[in-house]
Design a protein around this ligand. Structure first.
Ligand code: SF4
Ligand code: SF4
Length: 190
């Protein structure tokens, strides 16, 4: 999709109906059902830190305003908690739309947050390896890849001393099944 080739603009931003269709097709959600009640934003635990509120993300998808959404921090700050999906009176799962927007941003090389693509890959890789996140292993790998060794060191030490971080990963049932799910999703995304 070539966003900048679209002739229609809203407030100077290129729009494309193909973008809305792409989001609907990948997420399986009917974004035009959203009537902007704001219930998703009211319940979102991450809205305070987002640059575009969740209901506005939905409105911008409806309008095909791809560029500002794909470059926003909101899609990366979404925690995937699904509160928005459970509150939506129109039964639209904004959480799935957020997932899709991250997927498109990565495939178009647009992540705005520094090192977010590396974090995303390492996070999924950690789950594929252990069946769940092992924080110490994941953060160690992230620090090596980004060569950002010393930031957050104090916070990490505090968490370790409080017993919040385990040196060795927990063994969980179903790790092989989780690995298989991730393998199949990666294959489908190709
Ligand atoms: S709760 Fe649903 S209908 Fe309301 S703004 Fe959010 S997505 Fe739209
Ligand atoms: S899934 Fe994302 S957008 Fe929805 S309420 Fe949770 S953090 Fe907010």
């Amino acid at each position: 999709m070539d966003i900048d080739s679209c002739p229609v603009t809203i407030l100077g931003v290129h729009t494309t109906d193909a973008f809305r269709k792409q989001v609907e097709s990948l997420s399986g959600e009917k974004v035009m059902q959203c009537y902007q009640c704001g219930e998703c934003t009211a319940g979102c635990p991450m809205a305070f830190a987002m640059d575009i509120m969740p209901n506005r993300v939905m409105r911008m998808v409806q309008l095909g305003l791809a560029k500002p959404i794909l470059e926003s921090s909101s899609i990366w700050l979404c925690a995937g908690c699904e509160t928005c999906a459970t509150r939506c009176p129109r039964l639209v799962a904004l959480s799935k739309v957020m997932d899709t927007l991250r997927q498109i941003a990565i495939s178009e090389g647009k992540p705005s947050e520094k090192n977010i693509a590396a974090f995303h890959e390492i996070f999924i890789g950690a789950i594929a390896q252990h069946g769940r996140v092992h924080e110490v292993g994941m953060l160690g790998r992230y620090k090596m890849v980004t060569r950002d060794i010393f930031s957050d060191m104090g916070l990490g030490l505090k968490m370790f001393l409080k017993g919040k971080l385990k040196l060795m990963p927990d063994k969980i049932k179903g790790a092989q099944e989780v690995r298989e799910i991730i393998r199949k999703s990666r294959e489908e995304a190709k």
